[in-house]
Design a binder for this molecule. Structure first.
Ligand code: NAD
Ligand code: 2YH
Length: 259
């Protein structure tokens, strides 16, 4: 399980602004507008309680503060509890939180206490990054390449398949690739039959996972995966538009999904 670091979350507001601009260039919509279109929901002054959690590897410096900045950026009212864990949960509810945001090493959840809806960060992240790529205004076909078919990538691939895209997929783990082929009907991507894509979705914890031969000029790479999936050199060479941000896009997807 890859854990975020406080280094990943540095300058989160600037990272959000840059991601929002990239999403606008790719889709013509900002991140909130993509969420509204995806889930058919809009916020109405819900108050969010952010609860730090000490279990496992413990508090990540900047995590709760980043969630605070992210929720404010997207126009939600939010606060971080003084206490962590169960005491923090109690404090959040007592102070009027309607939505709880909290994460341990395995699960990052949003729970709407008013309507009972609950969201998990991994599928919500996969779905929103897939939705962004699927809206690429200059896509040259309905072909998309998905690299990484784990807890984020599989729901992303499923979202493309549900939207009628031709999904080519690859995972270093053959069992996961087989599962995506049989459950989603995706086409296994093999380097022995190379081709180029104008939409690529990447969700792995590794760098340089996207080979040069799949990258077309002006393609979009929508990638929640940390670290970045391509080098700066390839990015410049092919004028690639990258949508990549460590926490905020997935979080706002979770929030809109529980409204
Ligand atoms: P996971 O371990 O469930 O899945 C990762 C998959 O990538 C695995 O199936 C693995 O076999 C595959 N993989 C690894 N190296 C590969 C390679 N070179 N080529 C092809 N496949 C390869 O992890 P996950 O929970 O799906 O998370 C994926 C990434 O997304 C991680 O870096 C995680 O930190 C990140 N993440 C980011 C956000 C965000 O908001 N940006 C949110 C959640 C997760
Ligand atoms: O980063 C994580 C895990 N990768 C789970 C998220 C799933 N994408 N968890 C964050 C842990 C936060 C910590 N407990 C805190 O500061 O509250």
């Amino acid at each position: 399980m890859a854990l975020l670091t406080s280094e990943d979350l540095k300058n989160i507001n600037r990272q959000l602004e840059e991601a929002d601009s990239a999403v606008r260039r790719v889709t013509g919509l900002d991140i909130k507008e993509v969420c509204r279109a995806l889930y058919g929901t809009s916020p109405s002054c819900e108050k969010i309680g952010i609860v730090p959690v000490t279990s496992g590897n413990g508090i990540i410096g900047n995590f709760s503060a980043s969630l605070h900045a992210i929720t404010q950026y997207f126009g939600f009212e939010s606060f971080v509890t003084d206490m962590p864990d169960v005491s923090g949960y109690y404090e959040a509810v007592k102070k009027g939180a309607e939505i709880i945001l909290m994460a341990d090493d395995h699960t990052f959840l949003a729970h709407n206490l008013k309507n009972g809806k609950i969201a998990n960060n991994q599928p919500c992240t996969g779905i929103i990054y897939a939705e962004i790529a699927s809206r690429h205004l200059k896509a040259d076909s309905k072909d998309v390449l998905v690299i990484g078919l784990g807890k984020v990538g599989f729901p992303g691939a499923a979202h493309f398949a549900n939207k009628g895209f031709n999904v080519y997929g690859y995972d270093a783990d053959k069992v996961l690739l087989e599962k995506a082929v049989s459950n989603l009907g995706i086409i296994p991507f093999t380097p022995s039959s190379p081709r180029k894509f104008s939409m690529i979705f990447e969700a792995t914890p590794c760098a340089n996972t996207i080979p040069e031969f799949v990258i077309s000029k002006n393609c979009v790479i929508s990638t929640p995966g940390i670290p970045c999936a391509i080098s700066d050199e390839l990015r410049k060479k092919y004028d690639v538009e990258i949508v990549m941000e460590p926490l905020g896009i997935g979080t706002v997807s979770m929030l809109y999904s529980v409204l």
